[in-house]
Design a protein around this ligand. Structure first.
Ligand code: NOJ
Length: 516
């Protein structure tokens, strides 16, 4: 695994909404370049950019029409090269978003694949052999061309599924991953990776990585496929990093991914943290951390430290962190995010507590996700410093409330969320035990109980993290010997004869005395 992941802290950029440099109302690469110093100064040293390739934007770019060309709204391939160089000049790294599961219906492969005459792309997508049969358990496109068959959909109706084969074959038109068509699809995806890695990107976030091979209940076929990709990368681009949108680290990391995300769907209990009826990180103190911790431990052990489990603050598909958490809650949530193993991912704007905007009309396939994708709020200037375009031209409407958070406001306020995050990042980066590969042991993670405590360690260093988001003082039994507070928010914890007393709404990182 690339060494740079040991202390990587990622910042996710939704390029449409980050910074517009040419006043067309949509963010672009030159805009991102102009804000790299801001990201670096916050303490993040790696980026993930959502899909930026040619696309009709029926799903915000997750419907690719050409994997080899940057969408003109963001710039040119030359701008991409410049972005990679500017990132590297600052000793940062950058991941692009690879969408291997489907293309747009406008992709030339799909246009060829729709033809009734056999050609190079006939088997690039999953087609049944009769218009009257639809693939089981998947949506399909039917009656859209003279080809006699239905084409499987991977997501929206404009996103036909690329063909990587079936693990369990039950119909004659289903292919094995070892058949020529599926093999060619994978080879082409490797070419896409080769193209951008050669140009200078440092790896990929992979969309819907766990569902490429179909009828693959335990993921065995998809794991085998990604193992091949890992061998290719190890051979040609050993410094490249891959993070999967899979949500099952035990599978993804076995498949050779360097990192897997915990997600707002799937078995991880990630939603128990910030996004459920009673989030754990909310001062009402009615949450439950026990199932999250148990599942995390299970995954951590099953994945045998083959890679990293990454916990995002949010992303372009979920409600903003600030939706159910106030500023104090968010500070404690970030103390958690920035003290867990794996590489943390901060969604743009979460560092200032940007809000989820309700009831927006859907933009480019966003639907209820649109409210988490609004333009970044930089300062008090026109359009909060996002763009000089007329307000009506902005990609998505901005938060128009008078008290909307901005980077400018938070930078002058020393007690802001922004400053707390900056401080937490500095502390993480000065203690190996807190970084990606430090070990974790859960010390206290009981059902419907506060606080939540875990120990992080690396070599001789042991740090106890104690988080109490609830608005009640709590006490828990613990006979570890505390040495020195290295971070404290909301008041320090105190030892009391075999117990530790934890102030309400607090987060503490405490060095432990090393055993004799
Ligand atoms: C997951 C992406 O994060 C989401 O935004 C997209 O709509 C789907 N995959 C389909 O590509």
């Amino acid at each position: 695994m690339a060494k740079w992941l040991d202390d990587a802290i990622f910042y996710e950029i939704y390029p449409q909404s980050f910074k517009d440099s040419n006043a067309d109302g949509i963010g672009d690469f030159q805009g991102i370049i102009s804000k790299l110093d801001y990201i670096k100064d916050l303490g993040c040293n790696a980026l993930w950019i959502n899909p930026c390739f040619l696309s009709p934007f029926g799903d915000a770019g997750y419907d690719v029409a050409d994997y080899y060309t940057i969408a003109p709204r963001y710039g040119t391939n030359e701008d991409a090269r410049e972005l990679f160089e500017e990132v590297h000049k600052r000793e940062m790294h950058i991941l692009l978003d690879l969408v291997p599961g489907h293309t747009s219906v406008e992709h030339k492969w799909f246009k060829e694949s729709m033809k009734p005459e056999k050609n190079e792309y006939t088997d690039r997508y999953i087609w049944t052999d009769s218009i009257w049969e639809a693939p089981e358990d998947m949506g399909s496109l039917r009656g859209i061309s003279d080809r006699d068959g239905s084409c499987a959909l991977n997501f929206f109706s404009s996103q036909p599924a690329l063909n990587y084969g079936y693990y369990k074959i039950t119909r004659p038109w289903q292919m094995s991953p070892e058949d020529e068509g599926p093999k060619a699809t994978l080879e082409e995806m490797k070419n896409v990776m080769r193209f951008w890695l050669t140009m200078g990107c440092d790896g990929f976030r992979v969309d819907m990585a766990g569902s490429l091979v179909k009828q693959d209940e335990d993921g065995k076929g998809t794991i085998a496929l990604w193992k091949k990709v890992r061998s290719f990368l190890d051979e040609e681009f050993p410094e490249a990093a891959m993070v999967s949108e899979w949500g099952e680290p035990d599978k993804s990391l076995q498949g050779g991914f360097h990192m897997d995300f915990l997600l707002h769907f799937g078995p991880s209990h990630y939603n128990d943290l910030f996004r459920c009826e009673h989030p754990y990180f909310n001062k009402e103190g009615k949450g439950d951390i026990s199932e999250f911790a148990a599942k995390y431990k299970e995954n951590y052990e099953k994945s045998e430290k083959k890679g990293l489990i990454c916990i995002p603050s949010g992303n372009h598909d979920m409600g903003r962190l600030s939706y159910l958490l106030d500023e104090e809650d968010m500070k404690i949530a970030f103390a958690f995010l920035l003290s867990m193993p794996g590489a943390p991912f901060i969604y743009y704007g979460d560092e200032i507590g940007m809000r989820y905007l309700e009831n927006l009309t859907s933009v480019e396939g966003g639907y209820n996700r649109t409210g988490s994708r609004s333009p970044m709020q930089w300062d008090d200037g026109v359009n909060a410093g996002f763009s000089c375009a007329a307000k009506e031209k902005l990609y998505i409407r901005q938060d128009e409330s008078a008290d909307r958070p901005t980077v400018q406001k938070q930078q002058v306020d020393e007690d802001s969320l922004y400053h707390e995050i900056k401080k937490l990042i500095k502390i993480r980066q000065s203690h190996k035990a807190l970084q990606s590969k430090g070990e974790i042991d859960f010390v206290y993670a009981r059902k419907e109980t506060y606080p939540f405590a875990y120990m992080r360690s690396a070599a001789e260093e042991k740090i106890l993290v104690i988080l109490n988001p609830s608005n009640r003082e709590e006490e828990f039994q613990c006979d570890l010997e505390l040495k020195e507070h290295i971070y404290s928010y909301g008041g320090e914890v105190k030892e009391k004869g075999g117990s530790i007393v934890v102030p309400a709404c607090s987060a503490n990182f405490v060095l432990l005395r090393s055993e004799k």
